[in-house]
Design a protein around this ligand. Structure first.
Ligand SMILES: NC(=O)c1ccc[n+]([C@@H]2O[C@H](COP(=O)([O-])OP(=O)(O)OC[C@H]3O[C@@H](n4cnc5c(N)ncnc54)[C@H](O)[C@@H]3O)[C@@H](O)[C@H]2O)c1
Length: 435
């Protein structure tokens, strides 16, 4: 199959490279010419484990190429995927669909022969109808079917997730489009990945419902963690105790500083708006989003209380800036409101992240970026683990203690166990404090 992937970001690039790896011929299109120039040289614009070798191998086999020109690849394509961003709209928090509709208009102009236009971007229910309307209006002669095929990959494990998905959701009632989609995903179907065919609107809703539910699990366990701290309990054990129940499941029950990232905050916000507009408000999701928002900044108070209440003039070393490990993505990272709050409380912040510092420099001000966890800890009064990168799981605490002014560790990801970090005053989430 000939595939045009519009948008070569985290989703478009990974999906495009994986489709090429399945044997399809894929052209990834991005209007960011610099990004395309880098990709043509085999230089990845994002950090994602395994991506560079997958991309370069498929470029070598001539199954994968990159261009800023949308028309040619779309004209030749059996399937055109829209994988552009859908950030929160300024002002009301609904999904900003200007990139999706902009891409649709460009696609419409270039369509030739039967083409399946697939929204892979996360888009509110009804967006597929509007994409179809735009195409029909611009090109009444075009033979196109619009399909919803939301993406569930996680950054940091994106290739594995794309190639071994829990399910593939395909929203269409068009028989010809169904055949094209089945052919595209054939290698996964052979691997027995469940293909779920639904209507387009249902497919659009599945993506938002999934993210809202996962966000709910996180906020739920975070509130249970707060309760554990007040009444004396261990949230890790509570999570395990409930997670072993198959009806609940153990995943997404890790208490922490609140969820962030490029999806959960904006997708919950957009779903809340959709539901309000439809006069079927989602009170649970509204509360989840509110709880999460206050939590991120609230983590600064936890750091302050570990230091006796005041942060004025104190130096705080922050380990981990990206919203989760194995990505360089800083979008909505909990580290941002946390660091801002620390600075507002008068602290001097030093920070280290294994791959995220390039992106972090663009969003954080007044932070001293360091070359290693140990350089970061120099003269610090507290060390705060914000992102659970693998390398923070085996820190040399003697060395850290030697570098720091005070041996205080605030572990916002419960990487360590209370009592395990000897010589430090240890503070974590939802467990006995100050040991
Ligand atoms: N990042 C994730 O983990 C993830 C997971 C599942 C779903 N999604 C969804 O996938 C979509 C894309 O997310 P992302 O993280 O890959 O975004 P991204 O910002 O990394 O990439 C989007 C790319 O689209 C390009 N673009 C925008 N308009 C264009 C146009 N008209 N023509 C060509 N290129 C254009 C941009 O230059 C950018 O490189 C979003 O809707 C997101 O919600 C993301």
């Amino acid at each position: 199959m000939q595939v045009a992937m519009i948008g070569a970001g985290y989703v478009g690039l990974v999906s495009g490279a994986c489709f090429a790896d399945f044997g399809h011929t894929v052209t990834c299109v991005d209007r960011d010419a610099e990004r395309i120039a880098r990709l043509c040289k085999g230089d990845m614009p994002i950090f994602e484990p395994g991506l560079e070798s997958l991309v370069t191998a498929n470029m070598r086999e001539r199954r994968l190429r990159f261009t800023a020109d949308l028309a040619g690849p779309v004209t030749d394509a059996d399937a055109v995927f829209i994988a552009v961003g859908t950030p929160s709209r300024r002002g009301d928090g609904h999904a900003d669909l200007s990139y999706v509709y902009g891409a649709t208009r460009e696609i419409a102009a270039a369509l030739a022969g039967f083409t399946v236009v697939v929204t892979k971007s996360t888009v509110p229910v009804g967006t597929g109808d509007e994409v179809e309307r735009i195409i029909r209006e611009a090109r009444p002669d075009a033979d196109a079917a619009v399909v919803s095929n939301p993406e569930f990959l996680r950054e940091g494990a994106a290739i594995q997730d794309f190639k071994h998905p829990d399910r593939i959701v395909i929203g269409t009632e068009d028989e010809r489009a169904r055949k094209v989609m089945a052919e595209l995903y054939r290698p996964l179907y052979l691997n027995q990945a469940p293909l779920l065919y639904t209507t387009r609107r249902t497919a659009e809703l599945i993506k938002y419902a999934a993210n809202a539910f996962l966000a709910t699990k996180i906020s739920f366990i975070n509130e249970i963690a707060d309760l554990c701290e007040k009444v004396g309990g261990d949230v890790q054990q509570v999570a395990r105790g409930i997670g072993l129940d198959n009806r609940i499941g153990g995943k997404f029950l890790h208490a922490g500083p609140g969820y962030g990232g490029s999806c959960f905050p904006k997708d919950t916000a957009a779903l809340i708006k959709t539901a309000q507009d439809a006069e079927a408000p989602l009170r649970i999701v509204e509360t989840v989003a509110a709880v999460n928002e206050t939590r991120k900044r609230g983590m600064a108070r936890k750091v302050a209380s570990a230091l006796g209440g005041s942060l004025r003039g104190k130096t705080i070393a922050v380990l981990g800036l990206t919203f989760k490990p194995n990505t360089d993505d800083m979008r909505e990272a909990p580290s941002i409101p946390l660091i801002t709050a620390l600075q507002d409380m008068g602290a001097v912040v030093r920070a280290y992240d294994p791959v995220g510092m390039g992106q972090a420099r663009g969003v954080l001000t007044g932070v001293e970026f360091c070359d290693s966890p140990y350089a970061c800890a120099e003269r610090a009064e507290a060390l705060v683990i914000v992102t659970e990168w693998e390398q923070f799981r085996a820190l040399d605490f003697d060395r850290l203690k030697g570098a720091m002014k005070l041996p205080v560790l605030v572990d916002l990801r419960n990487v360590y166990r209370p009592g395990e970090v000897s010589g430090f005053s240890y503070h974590s989430i939802g467990r006995p404090q100050g040991q």
